[in-house]
Design a protein around this ligand. Structure first.
Ligand SMILES: C[S@@+](CC[C@H](N)C(=O)[O-])C[C@H]1O[C@@H](n2cnc3c(N)ncnc32)[C@H](O)[C@@H]1O
Length: 235
């Protein structure tokens, strides 16, 4: 559940509309398996645990009902608060790059729809996901709970500060771009931890980067060009 606030009482309407979407479960599952084959395996994501997670998480439930039919296409989609749910391939690439093992505790910065958190939750022991928009944090917390992702905590907070209460993290996955890595995210990494972050100017090509912490040293590797919405710090 999203911390620090009450959730709106809209369960009945939400459950009814989800039940309707579930009528198309088989069609969605076929689309999801095709998505993993064509968009993800084909582009070189090979980690079997990541592929299994991508096959299992019902992405169509994380978008508006009117967009459910396009949920498995090869692009990001709009969600509330003028934000986006990331392209499926990008979610898989970042999850693979984070090298998550079943014992890991993971921090995701940028909950958005909650889809990425659900994928991370299938890979890790515990996930903390933080979001700056209350409305998104609320909706994601409700859906993740409904889907049985009980190893995820959603918090409404400024992720540029990390989430010290849950540190240290084996992996930190940042789903919004920034010109430089916020120091708290590096400080909250465990020894051997991996930080996956899109670095670069807003609206221009950014570089997905993996930073690895070994003791007090860090090394970075570029993972490819990307384009993300901005990471926005609170004033
Ligand atoms: C590309 S979207 C996230 C996609 C998401 N992982 C999903 O699966 O739907 C990036 C998210 O980062 C959030 N964000 C931006 N700056 C933030 C900050 N400082 N702290 C927390 N969240 C932030 C945005 O509000 C947005 O929801």
């Amino acid at each position: 559940m999203a911390s620090g606030h009450d959730r709106p009482n809209r369960h009945r309407r939400t459950k009814r509309s989800r039940a309707r979407r579930n009528d198309a479960t088989d069609a969605h599952r076929k689309r999801r398996l095709a998505m993993v084959d064509r968009q993800i395996k084909n582009r070189g994501v090979t980690d079997p645990r990541v592929l299994a997670a991508m096959e299992s998480v019902p992405r169509h439930l994380f978008v508006e009902e009117s967009l459910a039919g396009t949920a498995y296409q090869d692009h990001p989609l709009p969600i509330a608060a003028s934000q986006t749910i990331s392209q499926p391939y990008m979610v898989a690439l970042m999850a693979q790059a984070a090298e998550i093992t079943p014992d890991d505790r993971v921090l995701e910065v940028g909950t958005g729809s909650g889809y990425g958190a659900a994928v991370l939750a299938a890979l890790a022991a515990e996930v903390v996901t933080v979001e700056r928009h209350q409305k998104l944090a609320d909706a994601a917390a409700e859906l993740l709970a409904e889907l049985g992702c009980h190893n995820v905590e959603v918090a409404k907070t400024d992720g540029t500060l990390g989430y010290p209460r849950g540190a240290p993290y084996s992996a930190v996955v940042v789903t919004a771009s920034t010109e430089s890595t916020p120091l708290p995210l590096v400080e909250q990494l465990a020894d051997g931890g991996r930080l996956i972050i899109p670095l670069g100017p807003l609206g221009e090509v950014q570089h997905l980067t993996r930073l690895r912490r070994t003791g007090d040293r860090t090394t970075t590797e570029p993972l490819g060009r990307v384009r993300f919405v901005p990471l926005i710090a609170d004033d």
